[in-house]
Structure formats: structure tokens, C-alpha cells
Design a protein around this ligand. Structure first.
Ligand code: NAP
Length: 283
């Protein structure tokens, strides 16, 4: 397993395990237990996934020393702003049963996220969070935050897979020293990714699977990945990507798959902003 140093020197595994869309507590706890047993050490959850407690239970049961784990959670829009962010952070920490976080991310660039950022900077400086970052910050929002914040975001978690490659956005992240982390690295299992002929041919050539090719591709362009699966065999498969490499022709063939737009969510639409802002995660 490869690791990467964030812009503040904190070392993060380049691959982790995501738990979006596993709202059932027992299933989520089982999935995280299986992932930890498989060898994943980075777990990516969010207040808005409604499963922080289940993640916490699996962590406690695993008996793995805390310092060997890298736990990420995220602040939802409803809790944007200085005071709400401080409260939401403590709620997440309590649900996870932890006394510090490895990475805390602003989930969406909506609402008073500058207020949230100031709260997160203070928590970071107080040693309660080892690294702070953002999600879904498109280039102009990321540049604005980087230019005006006291602490630079360490990570920007955005949608990145062979059908939505965002090369230009990656350039902005690189310029500011922000690590790109891919959500939906398997295109959420949609868009016929596992049947894609180009990916299947590359997979066959290396004796690997399409999932392994898609994941390996992102890591080879310096992108961290957090694939999700509730199936242990797939967790094993998705982690087994560190002993082969895609060559230049593979990378070029995958580059040609880019559609240049997301088929999952369009953050530029006012209707998306409205829909996300209306999601309430607590009273
Ligand atoms: P994903 O990891 O791209 O894809 C997950 C889907 O692929 C599931 O349906 C899974 O099915 C299937 N799958 C996984 N491995 C497979 C394999 N080897 N072969 C065949 N099918 C496979 O999608 P995601 O969960 O949306 O993204 C990953 C993580 O990113 C999330 O869990 C979450 O932590 C994070 N995320 C963040 C944001 C954000 O706004 N910050 C948004 C979305 C996601 P099974 O589970 O049935 O195996």
C-alpha cells in the first residue's frame, strides 16, 4: 500500500474504504470490519451518511491501534458556520467514539463554509484534527479558499473516474499543493464501467479486473482513492492494485474515455444547490 504526504507532512494511505450508501448500521459495521480485516486503514465516512456510529463500533471492535488508522468524516451544509461547525465536529467525534480525527472535510462548498473553515482551522491548531480539507470544490472556489484561508486545505475530494477525469481541476489542486481524492472512483458502479471495452482490454492484458484498472489509473496520476463495496471479495480485489502498473498506452487509452462532465451530479446547477441545501441531517 502506497502512502502520500499531505501538504502539512501528515502521511495518508493512497487507498481507503468509502461507506456512502450503507445506511443500515449492521451492514455498515460489518463492511468496515471486513475492510479493516482485508487491510484497509483509511475509512471515509460523513455526518450525512448516517453511519458514523457503525463505523466507530467497527473501529473499536477491530483492536487496531488508533495511530494505525486514518479516519475521515465530513461536515454537512446544515452545520456550516463557525459555531455550528464546532458543534458538528464534536457530534461526529462522539458518534465515532474517537478523540481526534485524521481528516475533516467540508462536504459541499455551500452555506457559510468560510465560518466552518475558521472553526476547522482552530480545531486543527488545537490538535483535534490532523488535517483539514474540502470536497466538491471546483477550481475557482478552491483557488479562492487557498488564497484567503490561514490553513491551506490538505485534500479536495471530488468525483474522479475514467468518464470524468477533471485534468484541469487537478492542475489547480497541484498548484496549491492540495491532494486530489477520488469519490466514485468506480463511477459508483454505473455508466457500464465494468463492461467498458477499453478498460476490459487493458484489464485482460495485465491479468487484472476492470475495477483494478480504474483504481490503479487514478493512483498513477497522483489521486487518492476510496472505493466502496459491501462484498469482501471485492474489497480484496480493490486493494490488490499495488503490484502492477499501467503503461503509457494504457494511460492514453483511458484518457480518451473522458466525457468531460459528470453523469452523477452537476454542482453548477441551482437545482443541485437547492436539493443539497434542503437535506437536513438532524433537527
Ligand atoms: P464507487 O466506490 O465508485 O462505487 C461503488 C459501487 O461499485 C458499489 O455499487 C459497489 O457495489 C460497486 N463495486 C465496488 N467494487 C466493485 C468491484 N470490484 N466489482 C464490481 N463492482 C464493484 O462509489 P462511491 O461509494 O459513491 O464512492 C466511493 C466513496 O467516496 C464513498 O463510499 C464515499 O466515502 C465517498 N463519496 C464522497 C462524496 C462527496 O461528495 N465527498 C460523494 C460520493 C462518494 P457493492 O457495494 O455491491 O460491492
Amino acid at each position: 500500500m502506497q502512502t502520500i504526504s499531505l501538504n502539512n507532512g501528515v502521511v495518508m494511505p493512497l487507498e481507503g474504504f468509502g461507506v456512502f450508501q450503507i445506511p443500515d448500521a449492521a451492514q455498515c459495521e460489518q463492511a468496515v470490519s471486513d475492510a479493516l480485516e482485508t487491510g484497509y486503514r483509511l475509512i471515509d465516512t460523513a455526518a450525512a451518511y448516517f453511519n458514523e456510529e457503525a463505523v466507530g463500533k467497527a473501529i473499536q471492535k477491530s483492536g487496531i491501534p488508533r495511530e494505525e488508522l486514518f479516519i475521515t468524516t465530513k461536515l454537512w451544509i446544515q452545520d456550516a458556520g463557525y459555531e455550528p461547525a464546532k458543534r458538528a465536529f464534536q457530534t461526529s467525534l462522539d458518534k465515532l467514539g474517537l478523540d481526534y480525527l485524521d481528516l475533516y472535510l467540508i462536504h459541499q462548498p455551500l452555506g457559510d463554509y468560510y465560518g466552518s473553515w475558521r472553526a476547522m482551522e482552530e480545531l486543527y491548531e488545537a490538535g483535534k484534527i490532523r488535517a483539514i480539507g474540502v470536497c466538491n470544490f471546483y477550481p475557482e472556489r478552491l483557488a479562492d479558499l487557498c488564497l484567503h484561508a490561514k490553513v491551506l486545505p490538505a485534500v479536495n475530494q471530488v468525483e474522479l473516474h475514467p468518464f470524468f477525469q477533471q485534468e484541469e481541476a487537478l492542475k489547480t489542486m497541484k498548484e496549491f499543493g492540495v491532494l486530489p481524492e477520488a469519490w466514485g472512483p468506480l463511477a459508483e458502479g454505473a455508466q457500464g464501467i465494468f463492461q467498458n471495452e477499453t478498460l476490459a482490454a487493458i484489464a485482460k492484458k495485465h491479468g487484472k479486473t476492470v475495477a483494478q484498472v480504474a483504481l490503479r489509473w487514478n493512483t498513477q496520476r497522483g489521486v487518492a482513492i476510496i472505493p466502496k463495496s459491501i462484498h469482501k471479495a471485492r474489497m480484496v480485489e480493490n486493494l490488490d492494485i499495488w503490484e502492477f502498473a499501467l503503461d503509457e498506452s494504457d494511460m492514453a487509452a483511458i484518457a480518451a474515455l473522458d466525457l468531460g462532465q459528470s453523469k452523477i451530479i452537476d454542482h453548477t446547477l441551482p437545482t443541485t444547490v437547492k436539493r443539497l441545501s434542503q437535506l437536513r441531517i438532524h433537527a
